[in-house]
Write a protein that binds this ligand. Structure first.
Ligand code: FAD
Ligand code: DLZ
Length: 509
């Protein structure tokens, strides 16, 4: 019974369920297609990373004796769609079934569900078992809960995996060491230099293809240094455990001008396309703690991101799609400022994050949440435009993980499903956690006027614009009391400064 098996660009795991029962006579399809490349304007480094990783994975499968039909983007017969490529492969051979693993985006899952209507053979869609928590398990946890608090989900995952457990108790007597993990980076501490990888011939070929096909698209291709094989991704994990993990906790929330990576792992792009396994990564971090190579606040903080947040956002996405992305709880409507693409802004923090993003198809969590995310929240930018930007510009971005983080965590567009209040902050937060303000043409100490940091007046303007929607939130009651104590003149100045600023950056007041 020969099967036609599809492996997507983010399914590059040798043990993926679609290949589990591979037999001689079966054929594996992998395809670089225009439809996937263009549904958002992906960063050029993201495309190059994924195509190179796909090509390396295909040659690994072939090296292991499997038959692969690999369709390149510049193949003259390329139909431009996954469906078209599956139809072409079905016509070229005799197959009894199509086997796929459910994709990481709703739009594609909905499409795969339609394939059975047009293909002459059954389409078998298998569960993606590359996560620590199954969707059934997540749904069982979520059922009947008013609020889906990540911390409680995470504790159950700790108990179930035994990670950082001391019998029935959490290691160190605490579940969460977050309060220890909020230090700014001291001037004398230099983050370790990254061990990036020289592109091989296959990667260079892909880089040339992307340069030729997408000359004007967002994102630098230069200095490509990401891993594109299982082995090199494992070496990046080794590097992180030794060099990044010991300080990961302390400086997890820090920001520093022109320091893209600090002590972060830069492993999400490998985890999300299947080059690394999440449970294995957590176990490696736990072993480092047990061997005295990294402190508990760092290891717990790191494991929480993967075992907690990563699994949790996936559960949220699949539980609430497709309605999830239709929500716009704050009725935010403004367009995305052009500087999200050009980096042409005087705000030093925003400029630095966009430049980092353009260079590396990467920004760390606090840059995404508290700089570009916070700005979009305060400025009331339409969540659809913000989601599209985040999905396009990061090498680790697939909707299952991007959307809850952007729509839910950063923009509060889900109305508080994931968080109890919006992550809104004025310039003083950025000043406390970074050195950006020292190099900015705006003054963070000024609250109003042309020299004032825009985050300062936009913060109060956001609270005023959303008063009806947010003042009932008990976590914001103190803030609204402070707002009420402001003079009418001060509130008018906040409004005027914000209107002037919106106009100047070309978004609807
Ligand atoms: P580290 O800081 O080293 O963390 C370790 C790992 O934990 C990461 O590799 C990642 O797998 C996981 N992790 C950490 N935080 C989260 C989180 N909030 N949600 C899910 N996993 C997490 N992450 C993505 O993988 N893809 C995205 O498209 C994405 N979009 C985001 C958009 C916004 C607005 C925000 C606020 C966050 C987003 N994140 C996304 C989460 C997080 O910012 C990235 O996972 C992280 O910055 C990746 O860098 P790192 O590998 O160095 O992570
Ligand atoms: C992101 C991406 C891109 C840019 N190109 C391809 C591609 O040409 N072929 C492919 O199989 N996958 C690609 N991907 C990843 C898919 O978009 C991803 O598998 C779906 O969004 C589901 O998560």
């Amino acid at each position: 019974m020969p099967a036609l098996r599809l492996v997507l660009g983010d399914q590059l795991t040798p043990s993926i369920a679609s290949l589990a029962d591979y037999e001689d006579g079966d054929l594996i399809v992998m395809a670089e297609v225009a439809e996937e490349v263009s549904y958002v304007p992906h960063h050029r480094k993201k495309i190059a990373f994924l195509f190179s990783a796909m090509r390396h994975f295909a040659s690994r499968l072939e090296g292991g004796g499997k038959s692969v039909r690999y369709v390149r983007l510049d193949d003259p017969d390329n139909t431009g769609s996954l469906k078209g490529e599956m139809e072409r492969a079905l016509k070229a051979g005799a197959f009894d079934e199509v086997v796929v693993v459910e994709p990481g985006e709703y739009r594609l899952k909905a499409e795969f569900e339609q394939w059975a209507d047009t293909f002459d053979v059954p389409v078998r869609m298998r569960r993606d078992d590359r996560f620590i928590c199954t969707l059934d398990r997540f749904n069982a946890w979520a059922e009947g809960r008013k609020r889906l608090t990540m911390e409680y989900f995470y504790r159950e995952m700790r108990r179930e995996t035994g990670l950082l457990m001391d019998g029935d108790e959490p290691e160190g007597g605490q579940w969460n060491f977050d309060k220890d993990n909020r230090k700014a980076l001291p001037d004398e501490l230099t983050p370790p230099e990254r061990a990036f990888i020289e592109p091989d011939a296959l990667t260079r070929e892909v880089l040339a293809l992307v340069e030729a096909r997408f000359p004007d698209q967002f994102g630098d291709l230069e200095a490509f240094g990401y891993a594109v094989t299982q082995e090199d991704a494992a070496a990046q994990l080794d590097w992180f455990i030794e060099n990044g993990l010991p300080c990961f906790g302390d400086y997890q929330d820090a920001l520093k001008q022109e320091e893209a990576f600090l002590f972060h792992s830069v492993l999400s792009l490998y985890l999300n396309c299947g080059l690394l396994d999440p449970l294995e990564v957590c176990r490696r971090a736990e072993a480092a703690y047990k061997q005295g190579q990294a402190p508990l606040n760092a290891v717990e903080g790191f494991i929480r991101q993967i075992l907690g947040w990563r699994e949790y956002v996936r559960g949220v996405y699949w539980r609430f799609m497709p309605d999830y992305l239709e929500r716009n709880a704050l009725e935010a409507k403004r367009n995305l400022p052009d500087f999200y693409w050009s980096a042409d802004t005087d705000m030093a923090c925003v400029r630095d994050v966009i430049i980092t993003t353009r260079k590396h198809a990467y920004a760390h969590h606090i840059q995404r949440l508290m700089v570009t995310g916070n700005f979009a929240l305060l400025a009331g930018v339409d969540p659809k435009a913000v989601n599209e930007w985040y999905l396009a510009v990061y090498a680790d971005a697939y909707e299952w993980v991007e959307a809850p983080n952007t729509h839910g965590m950063a923009l509060f567009a889900d109305g508080g499903l994931m968080g109890t209040k919006p992550y809104a902050a004025s310039g003083s937060y950025i000043n406390k956690m970074s050195d950006h303000c020292k190099q900015c043409s705006y003054a963070v100490s000024k609250k109003n006027g042309p020299k004032a940091c825009p985050f300062n007046y936009l913060y109060w303007n956001f609270l005023m614009e959303n008063r009806d929607r947010l003042e009932g939130n008990h976590r914001l009651s103190m803030i609204y009391k402070t707002l009420d104590r402001m003079s009418d003149e001060k509130r008018a100045a906040v409004r005027d400064d914000s209107q002037r600023f919106f106009k100047r950056i070309g978004i609807e007041p």
